[in-house]
Design a protein around this ligand. Structure first.
Ligand SMILES: [Zn+2]
Length: 399
């Protein structure tokens, strides 16, 4: 049992299965000597036992609770009384660190409300876990940060409520978490790093949000701002999907039943086929595109334009070539993608900065490697933020 539980410094001395609750494992500390935090000497003088029940990773369908003894110790050298630290659970918390890691990973792929429900936790408990992670990150200032990525995660999916995530793109590690997605909160967070850290940043990768750009220009003026290509693609994909939904809505209003049914069946289950990368399409999915072509040719034209842009990003080139190709692409798209057309034109400098070899190639490679690492298919990049973050955090926790 001890080996199964696999936590250092403790062994399992008893277990119970309680119907409707789960498995309760009683643990005993294997070491007698504890280091005094005040003077650094060791002591084995027990002042008081202090049993607590800590939630751990589930075993199959069963929730697992660990009954641990966070001993109160007394130090004979300095008379200090203190509670011993357990390696696998944060002080004053009632979930093991590995349980918290699993929950945060789930949150990055979903949202707090669902994860809370699924794991029988309160949303408040998960908020606390995220805040703890944030505090850890605040405690240590980033070192040698050259490429900063600014991203966000939805607190609750579908609601405009985000945490901002700051990432060291070279080390592929989260270096900050800001609770509010406002200019003030983010600027304060960055300013707290100090000039020492900020002046070292050479490049900032952001999504297409003006506020991030303003913050970067004001606080980190020397850095090159790069618009993240995946966010550019996301906007194009969103617009393509919006067009699909609009055509569907209009078809639903048609009086002519056979015409209506024909369009709706042609469009049925076309969403991911349209958004997916052409090169990843299966035969059946290519057939589906042909059906869409029959009823809504404009969507296929948009799909092709979307793929064309993706190919521009996929193939390596210098920024001059990148600029020419994107400018060329823009010539064709204003009537299909009016919104993306405007955005890309407004952000052209930041988008082209991506092609500046050597400065941004690493980010993309890193992101792609991580994407492979977590073996998830990014359908139309819709969950890209989550994937990216999940892998950053995975990396963070693994190290
Ligand atoms: Zn002491």
């Amino acid at each position: 049992m001890t080996r199964l539980v696999n936590l250092s410094g403790v062994k399992v001395i008893d277990y119970r299965l309680i119907e409707g609750i789960g498995i309760i494992l009683s643990l005993e500390n294997t070491h007698k000597q504890v280091v005094c935090p005040a003077c650094g000497q060791t002591t084995d003088l027990l002042h008081q036992n202090n049993f607590q029940t800590v939630r751990d990773l589930s075993f199959g369908q069963q929730a697992v609770y660990l009954k641990v003894n966070r001993r109160r110790m007394r130090c004979p050298h300095c008379q200090n009384k203190f509670t011993e630290e357990l390696e696998f659970v944060r002080r004053k918390r009632l979930h093991t660190k590995r349980f918290v890691e699993k929950i945060i990973e789930e949150v990055l792929n979903s949202d707090i409300r669902n994860v809370a429900k699924r794991n029988d936790l309160s949303e408040q408990e998960i908020e606390t876990m995220l805040k703890d992670l944030g505090l850890d990150l605040v405690a240590e200032k980033p070192v040698n940060l050259k490429k900063l990525g600014i991203d966000e995660i939805a607190v609750v999916k579908g609601q405009r409520n985000y945490y901002v995530v700051l990432v060291d793109l070279e080390k592929k590690k989260v270096v900050g978490l800001v609770e509010q997605r406002t200019k003030k909160a983010i600027a304060e967070y960055l300013e707290a790093w100090g000039e020492e850290v900020l002046s070292e940043i050479e490049e900032i990768s952001i999504d297409l949000w003006k506020t991030y750009k303003n913050i970067a220009e004001e606080l980190i003026p020397q850095a090159t701002i790069v618009a993240d290509r995946f966010h550019v693609m996301k906007q194009v994909n969103d617009e393509l999907d919006g067009a699909r939904r609009k055509i569907k809505r209009e078809a639903e209003k048609l009086k002519n039943k056979s015409k209506k049914d024909k369009i709706l069946s042609g469009l049925a289950k076309s969403k991911y086929v349209l958004l997916k990368n052409q090169s990843d399409l299966k035969e059946s999915e290519k057939e589906k595109l042909k059906e869409v072509q029959e009823v809504a040719p404009i969507l296929i034209e948009m799909h092709c334009l979307k793929e064309k842009l993706r190919n521009i990003f996929e193939t390596q080139k210098n920024w001059g070539e990148g600029l020419l190709e994107i400018a060329d692409w823009l010539k064709d798209v204003s009537k299909y993608f009016p919104k993306s057309f405007g955005t890309i034109k407004r952000w052209i400098g930041e988008i082209i900065a991506y092609f500046d070899e050597g400065t941004t190639q690493g980010i993309v490679e890193g992101i792609n490697n991580k994407l492979k690492l977590i073996k998830r298919r990014a359908f139309g990049f819709r969950n890209f933020d989550n994937f990216e973050l999940r892998s950053f955090l995975t990396w963070q926790f693994a190290s």
